[in-house]
Design a protein around this ligand. Structure first.
Ligand code: AHR
Length: 332
């Protein structure tokens, strides 16, 4: 998404209705659905991704540890079955039918959400997107999206590549699953920078589905079919970057010397690999935004204005020294 929308979106009158519904839910008055949390709790339906890797584990754990009963919430966690969108749509529909006060959605697929989102809107249940966007991006269908800016994060990886290889390089991109919003945003951010530099030659792009083993296998083939003449791997998450490093080593080469591998996420495993020189650049995609999500939920239920895209700040790590310095305090 080249142009990020920061349009402030006033919560509609309908959302004012949500306030009534939400408070009704809080008061235990089940005149609406039975989504009321009873005991004055705000009911939150979390349509989640579930097991997917270290980043997802950190993000969903942080959300679940934030929306506690002590904080006034009844969080209902619904992870996808095997990353299957149908199971997410089923959970979403159940939350609408239950009349929860608010829905958090981390979408396994970028498209196919319009009907569900419209049902929530008709039921006056605000929806907040966690991490993943929807395509087409119609921000009238949700209150806000909370995530680091994928476009800018991947632009940062591309800027590092330009600085690391001033005369250009051959590169390969290991992508996340097709159809996932962040994959398209990361491709756009990388391509909008690298595409301006013909001295950077693409040897191709292929999904490895966020997986270390799949990335090892894919990149093993890429090295072999290019006679090891690959200087950069842009791996769109840490796990795939670590898989590429394994493939480099199995080819008798040295990651960080023969092939520079850059990743996105900033999980502990990646920073340890950067400290060891097996990765060369790690762009953080900060997963710890539970508190921000809680603030946005409260603002939505109180009918306050909320930006349609709340950007989570994220840093970068460009050396073993930077990774070593960050590791002791790393929370994920
Ligand atoms: O949507 C965020 C991406 O999903 C992370 O970069 C990746 O590790 C996760 O699986």
């Amino acid at each position: 998404m080249g142009i990020r929308k920061r349009v402030t979106q006033a919560i509609s009158i309908a959302a004012g209705g949500v306030l009534a519904l939400g408070l009704a839910g809080c008061s235990g008055d089940d005149s609406g659905g039975d989504g009321g949390g009873g005991d004055g709790l705000v009911t939150v339906g979390f349509v989640a991704v579930g097991p997917e890797g270290a980043w997802r584990e950190a993000n969903e754990t942080n959300i679940r540890e934030t929306f506690t009963e002590e904080a006034g919430f009844d969080l209902r966690y619904a992870p996808a079955r095997n990353l299957d969108q149908t199971s997410q749509i089923d959970a979403f529909t159940s939350f609408v039918d239950e009349g929860v006060d608010v829905i958090l959605l981390s979408a396994t697929e970028g498209s196919g959400w319009e009907d569900s989102l419209r049902r929530a809107q008709e039921a006056e249940i605000p929806v907040i997107l966690i991490d993943r966007g929807i395509e087409p991006d119609d921000d009238s269908l949700y209150v806000t999206r909370i995530a680091p800016d994928n476009y800018e994060v991947s632009q940062g990886v591309a800027e590092w590549a330009l600085s690391a290889f001033p005369d250009g390089a051959n590169y390969f991109v290991l992508e996340g699953p097709p159809g996932v919003s962040v994959v398209n945003e990361r491709n756009e951010g990388w391509n909008d920078v690298i595409g301006e530099h013909p001295e950077f030659v693409s040897l191709g792009a292929q999904t490895a589905n966020w997986s270390t083993e799949e990335a090892r296998s894919v990149f093993e083939t890429v090295l072999r079919s290019n006679n090891n003449d690959v200087q950069i791997v842009f791996a769109q998450n840490d796990e795939m970057g670590l898989g590429a490093a394994q493939a480099v080593e199995e080819a008798g080469l040295t990651p960080g010397v023969d092939v520079q591998i850059a990743t996105i996420d900033g999980t502990r495993g990646a920073l340890e690999a950067l400290a060891d020189g097996r990765l060369s650049f790690v762009a953080e995609y900060n997963p710890l935004f539970g508190e921000t999500a809680l603030e946005m939920v409260n603002q939505a239920l109180e009918g306050e204005e909320v930006d349609s895209y709340v950007i989570v700040p994220s840093g970068t790590f460009d050396s073993p020294e930077a990774a070593t310095a960050a590791l002791p305090d790393r929370k994920y």
